[in-house]
Write a protein that binds this ligand. Structure first.
Ligand SMILES: [Zn+2]
Length: 387
């Protein structure tokens, strides 16, 4: 999942191919049914995209380079065991350049043959994907980490300049110096947490952080939370107890269930909102729709802003190759109700609908949380918010 790291994006953006031998960029929205289905829908899509690109090439030398690159891509895809939701491939075989990676986000299908790797979908995905900032802190040390798509990375470390303990003295002098020391230590600690709050603010800006988790001893994170600037405070999603030296991986393991709970709550709200808006919708301009047929209808009209799909849900359906309409069932004689063209049967019309939504700049929200998923399946099984 390194492709969505800012530094990886930068190095991809800098890559240029020599004249006459360009770079083939391919994005494949992986068919979730690929394991079950004998012919993965995405392989058919790939074939079509490659054929379209090749047909547009006039120069025979360019076509030859293209065929070489296309062959590599076909090979990779046929050997590929899906680990993510999309697959991205860049290659220029004659230059020995290849790159492929599974992505944990759904990206629309697409292929380009250009001088540079086509990274726009990756940039969009980067913006889209939620990033969590984690600060783990005690009174002497703080570490800032960024977690995204299951990966976690340390970005900054801060230490308090320790309050210097004076030479030990005897009796009342000792008592007094202890008190002075404690007071000084408290002041230092407060300043230190203020510094941490500032660093946290900067990290949010720099890394595009959506939410923040404060980790550390209970009283330290409580104090830190009290002094956070409003903008940072608004992003605090949770506090967890953890020693400041906790390894990044272990920290992630502690934070993940907390984030999962937050996500589950969000999914539940989304589903509830969709159901409520769809039910009270006036025929004129509904904000949301429910049901396979209604959602496909909205997709066909290009009106879906966000589609809600229960994880793992699929349904067979029909597709009109002439006008691109998607249907959950075919009318009599299997002809398209819009253009009277002949319809083709599809293994998974839900996948095709998601792809269409993504291609139009919309979002696909997989609903996997217990409760939310069952509710959506029962009342939907699909839901959609409309533009
Ligand atoms: Zn049609």
């Amino acid at each position: 999942m390194k492709a969505l790291h800012p530094s990886a994006l930068e190095s991809l953006a800098r890559r240029r191919a020599p004249e006459g031998s360009w770079i083939l960029s391919v994005y494949l929205n992986l068919d979730p049914q690929v394991r079950a289905s004998r012919r993965g829908a995405h392989k058919l899509v790939l074939e079509q995209m490659l054929r379209d690109l090749e047909a547009a090439l006039e120069d025979p030398q360019a076509a030859e380079h293209f065929q070489e690159d296309a062959e590599w891509v076909r090979n990779q895809v046929s050997l590929h065991i899906p680990r993510g939701k999309s697959l991205v491939l860049f290659c220029d075989i004659s230059e020995g350049y290849t790159y492929h990676e599974d992505l944990p986000v759904r990206l629309p299908n697409g292929a380009w043959y250009e001088r540079r790797p086509y990274i726009r979908p990756l940039l969009d995905a980067w913006k889209e994907y939620e990033r969590t900032g984690i600060v783990v802190v005690d009174r002497e040390k703080a570490r800032l980490l960024v977690a995204s798509m299951g990966e976690v990375e340390e970005v900054e470390e801060a230490f308090q300049t320790p309050a210097v303990r004076h030479r030990s003295t005897a009796g009342t002098d000792h008592m007094r110096s202890q008190m002075v020391f404690q007071r000084r230590a408290a002041t230092w600690s407060h300043w230190f947490l203020k510094e941490v709050a500032d660093s946290l603010h900067d990290m949010i800006e720099e890394h595009g952080i959506d939410r923040v988790v404060l980790a550390g001893p209970e009283e330290v994170t409580a104090e830190l939370k009290r002094i956070l600037p409003k903008g940072v405070l608004a992003r605090v999603a949770a506090r967890v107890r953890a020693p400041v030296a906790t390894k990044a991986r272990d920290l992630m393991d502690m934070v993940t269930p907390v984030l999962r709970e937050l996500d589950a709550a969000r999914e539940k709200d989304l589903v509830a909102e969709c159901i409520t808006s769809a039910r009270k919708a006036q025929a004129e301009s509904p904000k949301a729709v429910l049901g396979l047929d209604a959602v496909l209808d909205a997709v066909n009209q290009g009106r879906v802003y966000q589609i809600l799909v229960p994880t793992g849900f699929s349904a067979s359906g029909w597709h009109c190759p002439a006008c691109d309409v998607l249907l959950d069932h075919a009318p009599a004689r299997e002809t398209c109700p819009y253009c009277s063209g002949s319809l083709q049967e599809m293994d998974d019309v839900v996948w095709a609908a998601c792809d269409r939504v993504l291609a139009m700049g919309g979002k696909v929200e997989e609903i996997g949380a217990d409760g939310a998923k069952e509710t959506l399946r029962k009342d939907g099984p699909l839901g959609a918010f409309l533009r």
